[in-house]
Design a protein around this ligand. Sequence first.
Ligand SMILES: Nc1nc2c(ncn2[C@@H]2O[C@H](COP(=O)(O)OP(=O)(O)OP(=O)(O)O)[C@@H](O)[C@H]2O)c(=O)[nH]1
Length: 562
Amino acid sequence: MGSGKKEAARKERQGKTDDGMGNVRTKGENFYRSAKKVKHLNMFKDGKARRNAQGDITVAASYQSRDAPVARIEPNRKWFGNTRVISQEALSSFREAVAERASDPYQVLLKTNKLPMSLIRDNDNVNGLKQHQAKMEIENNPFGDTFGPKAQRKRVKLGVSSLEDLAGETANLQRSYNDRLEHGTHEDGTPIVAGDLGETKESALTTARESVFSKGQSKRIWNELYKVIDSSDVVIHVLDARDPDGTRCRSIEKYIREEAPHKHLIFVLNKCDLVPTGVAAAWVRNLSKDYPTLAMHASINNSFGKGSLIQLLRQFSSLHSDRKQISVGLIGYPNTGKSSIINTLRKKKVCTVAPIPGETKVWQYVTLMKRIYLIDCPGVVPPNQNDTEEDILLRGVCRVENVENPEQYIPAVLKRVQPRHLERTYGIKEPSDAIDFLSRLARKGGRLLKGGEPDLDGVAKMVINDFLRGKIPWFTPPPKPANGDAEDEDEKIEGRQGRLGEMGRKRKIDEKTDEPAEEAESEDESSGPEFEGFNEGNAEDDDDNDSIANLEISDVESGEED
Ligand SMILES: Nc1nc2c(ncn2[C@@H]2O[C@H](COP(=O)(O)OP(=O)(O)OP(=O)(O)O)[C@@H](O)[C@H]2O)c(=O)[nH]1
């Protein structure tokens, strides 16, 4: 109800405002006529019925008439005001431009639900037709050629001409499927990983294994993982820099890509202090093709990569400025250092860390800052038919103490480690084989059983633990780039003479190319391709200037339709 000066002025302007009964009509509920009332009153304006001398109605009033009026709605340009027509070329270039951005891991497409994504992604599986192709066909061919009695479209190619052929084809498909299961590869040759095979996963993994090798695969752990993924806006996949490919969970990547594409996935290459700088840089380059990748050395006092990770998380939080906070889940193989990364970011021990896998049992929320929460997740291991027991053991997935006959895995350790590093670590020169190596090491350390027999079992466990905990240097060489600059890449890795702690001390990254600039020091140029000074632990805390990858954020929404 109006009050004050304005209402008083109105009353004055309109003069007598009472309704004849002494009630002053004031603005408020029922002051104005409703649309319904106006319509009703207008009906009477259309005129009265005409009557004859006797008073009978000869022509009914319009509201009394039962004749349906001839209605015609006049077309109006405004109906089409909110639509646009674009040419096929413009649509194609739009599709290409957006698809290019969407496939670049360093670009972030915001609010994909506002983009006409159906124009960008081909919807393969609707009625078994590629929608876009079907549309193109209709647009490019005259209607008469496509439909109707004069249609010139070819019949669908079935590849078989009779029912018997079709049955034979089905048998062939079944045979090739079984072959693929046996060899553990997809049709395109990529290895089958857990989740790819749906319910046949378990049946595919027929090899009987010691239970210790199925650590990280239990239903409980996977439930924890899915809880973490569901609750996270950003998922950090922590990889071990010594074996990034081995500690990559491709089935989880696939799951996130397909089921939760709105979540941001990034890789963090942890334990970079244990590999030469060139190797870490090459892996970062390689992994960056799929997802943004950061190199890191997790340590509360002596970290590397912490600054760039925090910066990246801040960028993600500003992407979601409409949210009160964002959650960042850390997932990955057991023992890759997820809890250590959280402790490093918090600069204090908030999660329990241990050199044994399976230390984190349940998910855990930790506040990093007001708007960023971190979630620690137990380590998960996607079951893979191709993984041998030694692969699983040497990824640090299971506890070495529980493994039977650990000496059987020593040849695999010796294969991965350079003889000179073994010599430097244990002082044992050129062992003829694994048993010779173990027995010499046992005698050297005085680890003998009753009767003077060397304790091969105990020494083997010690060597495997040293291998996993970074006492013996080793790394997996990064894959060679396909496009002819393999030599260049080799040179970068070999020539860089990585050293422990180099990541923190020397690396300066060229921001544009994401490649480390040439290091200033060349003191150890003559010492061969291996890295030296293992476990010196001299990386510096470099919170600000250590970015390996710069995430470029582009808000496509702004260029959307206007
Ligand atoms: N040298 C080195 N060791 C690291 C680094 N990060 C973690 N570690 C060590 O790796 C071991 C495992 O670390 P955790 O943080 O417990 O690993 P996790 O991934 O949480 O392990 P789970 O609890 O089994 O999932 C610990 O002994 C850490 O000290 C690193 O950057 N460099």
